[in-house]
Structure formats: structure tokens, C-alpha cells
Write a protein that binds this ligand. Structure first.
Ligand code: KIV
Ligand code: ZN
Length: 390
């Protein structure tokens, strides 16, 4: 297996992300998101599941026709009709087309959902991969619910999938069940135990049911996975998928820990991409969400504001400008200190002396006690001496 320094970023916002209730997007919206994902620099865009509807088929086809740069991928079950639909939708992408076939492998899925033996599962997966290879050279195989699959069976099906022509093997934590240590162990087990891994890329795809999707993805990368799947803002089934912006920024910010692994992401496009996805999917980003939440770089405590004004790195581990934020926001609240008040007043055009600031500071705190934020209007009124009684 290649052990390069490059981590392939596979974005499934338009497939797994869009699958979550209330997030479905019209083809035009999906195209706009795909365009922005290409600007962001993702390596693969999973554009949809072509067999599930005319709309998804048309959308994958349109993205395959119009988006240059990333590989374009379509999802398919191990069924001839699914693979046919994906192959046709992806035709305009030519050599950049990828078919992603999946089949559940865990006992609970085999016995209760599929009602099939291990041998039948292997046969179906192998036939599907061969069929997909008749449309494209690039085929990804996912043993669904891999983290609850018996290790010996997982090793076997992965080996057979590669022999049948799969070029990427994706290990999904479909129900967000695994933990970082356990998942890393599973990736190591596959790297060591799959004799024909060769040039195939080992990928991971984590869900966030226990809030561990990003941690699990990073642990897998440390254990040797070289493709990571996720969505922008972490949208997706149930509690969502691993948030790509968090993974990318963790790799970048903690290069010391991750041994200088690289992605092709242009970090400056992260905030714009997040906002576009929020707008198009209708799923708003929580204020305190890492990297892209409105509060991610907003320092409100006086001591923190003072520190950031003196040296940004005192309380900021990433440069907000480098991921597409404007200047760090210092919302003024009752917790704010004199330094932040003075900076805001200067920005509003008031060059006040120390004594004048001191005189305003008490009134500023009184306003802060009465409402969540002290707004610019309040400050202007204060500074112009219009507020005499609070
Ligand atoms: O979570 C999952 O198992 C999936 C597969 C289709 C990869 O989304
Ligand atoms: Zn998934």
C-alpha cells in the first residue's frame, strides 16, 4: 500500500450529507455546491446516488459534465441496475469518474437486513466490482458497517474486493460505534493483513453518533489511512458525518502530531464553503461549532480579548483569516475589558482619552448587565454623551 504524505479528501456532502432529513437540495443548488467544493480543492466529490431518483441521476450527470478538477463519484448498491445508472451518469467525467459500491458485511446486517451468507456477500461484492470496472477504472468498495464486522471476514472481503479490481477500500463506521484506539487498530490490522493491498488506497468514513467521527478519522489517518471521507459542516445521516473542515484544520494545525501530512485543500475557501452549504441545505451551523461556527473566533471574556489584542496566538490556535474569516470578532459583553472597548470605539471613530474611556467603562458594564451584547449603537450613544441614565 502507498504510504504517501498526501491524504485524499473525499467529500460526500452531496450524497451522505444530503441524505439527512431536511437537507435535500435541488440540482441547481447541488451544482453550485460542487463548484465551490472544486474551489475548496477536495479530491473527490461524491455527487449522489444516481439510481435513487431521476433528479439524483440528472444531478450527478450535470456535475460530471460541468465540474473540472476533482474526481466525480456516484454511489451504487451491489445491484446491476444501480451500477448501470452510476456508470451512465458518470460518463461525462471520463477518466475522472468513480463508482462507489457498497454492501453490508456485519453479522447483524447479513442476518437481519440482507439474509445472506458470508459466501453470497463475497460473490455479490466481487460481481459488482467487476461490473463497475466495465464502466470506469476507478472503483471504490465499502463493506458497510465494517466496524461491527468480524475481523477475519473483513480481511477476506477486502482481499477479494481488491482482487476483483477495487482501487479504493473504504472502511465505514456506519453507525458511529467505534472509538479512536479501536479504529486505529482495525486500520493497522488491514494494512498488515491484506496481502494484496498494494496500490489500493485505504479510506475511512465515520459517523458522529457518539461525537467521535473526527477523532476516529484522525486516528485512522495516523494508523495509515490515506483517504478520508466526510461532509462540510458535518451534515449527514442522524448525528452526521465527520466534518471535513475540522479534519483538515487538525492536520494543518497539528502538523507536529500528524507528521506533516498534506491535503489539497485551499483553507481560505473553508468559511465560504461552510456558509454556502448551510444556505443550500437549510441546516444552520451551531454558533460554537469548531472552525466554522460564528463563535469559533469570537473572544468575549475581558482577559481573552486583552490577550488577543496584544498577541493573537495567546487564545487562537488557527489564523481565522487563513480559513476565510474576516478580522477576529470581539463581541462586546459585560465580560469585556477596557482594551476591547477602546479598540471598538476607535473603530467607530472616537479617539477618547484614558480618562474618558474610564468614565464610560462603568456605564458600559451597566449596559452589559442588562443585555447579551453591547451594540455599536449603544457605544455611539455612550461616547456622544447621550446616555446619562441607564
Ligand atoms: O455510512 C456508510 O456506511 C455509508 C456507505 C455507503 C459508505 O455511507
Ligand atoms: Zn455514511
Amino acid at each position: 500500500m502507498k504510504s504517501s504524505n498526501r491524504v485524499i479528501v473525499f467529500d460526500t456532502t452531496l450524497r451522505d450529507g444530503e441524505q439527512c432529513p431536511g437537507a435535500s437540495m435541488a440540482p441547481r443548488q447541488k451544482l453550485e455546491v460542487a463548484r465551490q467544493l472544486a474551489r475548496l480543492g477536495v479530491d473527490v466529490i461524491e455527487a449522489g446516488f444516481p439510481v435513487i431518483s431521476q433528479g439524483d441521476f440528472a444531478s450527478v450527470r450535470e456535475i460530471a459534465e460541468q465540474i473540472d478538477g476533482p474526481k466525480i463519484c456516484g454511489l451504487a448498491r451491489c445491484l446491476p441496475g444501480d451500477i448501470q445508472a452510476a456508470g451512465e451518469a458518470l460518463r461525462p467525467a471520463g477518466k475522472r469518474g468513480r463508482i462507489h459500491v457498497f454492501l453490508a458485511t456485519s453479522t447483524i446486517h447479513r442476518e437481519h437486513k440482507l439474509v445472506k451468507s458470508r459466501e453470497e456477500i463475497i460473490r455479490l461484492a466481487v460481481e459488482a466490482i467487476r461490473h463497475a470496472r466495465s464502466f470506469v477504472e476507478d472503483v471504490e468498495f465499502s463493506p458497510e458497517d465494517a466496524t461491527r464486522t468480524e475481523p477475519d471476514f473483513l480481511l477476506r472481503i477486502v482481499t477479494e474486493a481488491i482482487a476483483a479490481g477495487a482501487t479504493t477500500i473504504n472502511i465505514p463506521d456506519t453507525v458511529g460505534y467505534t472509538t479512536p484506539g479501536e479504529f486505529a487498530e482495525r486500520i493497522r490490522m488491514l494494512r498488515e493483513g491484506v496481502s494484496n493491498l498494494g496500490e489500493a488506497v485505504l479510506s475511512v468514513h465515520c459517523h458522529d453518533d457518539l461525537g467521535l467521527a473526527v477523532a476516529n478519522s484522525l486516528a485512522a489517518i495516523q494508523a495509515g489511512a490515506r483517504q478520508v471521507e466526510g461532509t462540510i459542516n458535518g451534515i449527514g445521516e442522524r448525528a452526521g458525518n465527520a466534518a471535513l473542515e475540522e479534519i483538515v484544520m487538525a492536520l494543518q494545525t497539528r502538523r507536529d502530531v500528524f507528521g506533516g501530512l498534506e491535503t489539497g485543500i485551499h483553507a481560505k475557501e473553508i468559511v465560504r464553503t461552510s456558509r454556502l452549504v448551510a444556505r443550500m441545505s437549510g441546516l444552520h451551523v451551531q454558533r460554537n461549532k469548531a472552525v466554522v461556527g460564528e463563535n469559533a473566533f469570537a473572544h468575549s471574556a475581558g482577559i481573552h480579548q486583552d490577550g488577543v489584542l496584544k498577541k493573537r496566538e495567546t487564545y487562537e490556535i488557527m489564523d481565522p483569516m487563513a480559513i476565510g474569516w474576516g478580522e477576529t470578532e470581539l463581541p462586546l459583553t459585560k465580560h469585556s475589558g477596557r482594551a476591547a472597548l477602546e479598540k471598538r470605539l476607535i473603530a467607530l471613530g472616537f479617539g477618547l482619552s484614558r480618562e474618558e474611556i474610564e468614565a464610560l467603562f462603568g456605564k458600559f458594564k451597566e449596559i452589559g448587565d442588562k443585555k447579551k451584547f453591547v451594540y455599536d449603537d449603544d457605544l455611539v450613544a455612550l461616547a456622544e454623551g447621550q446616555i446619562t441614565r441607564i
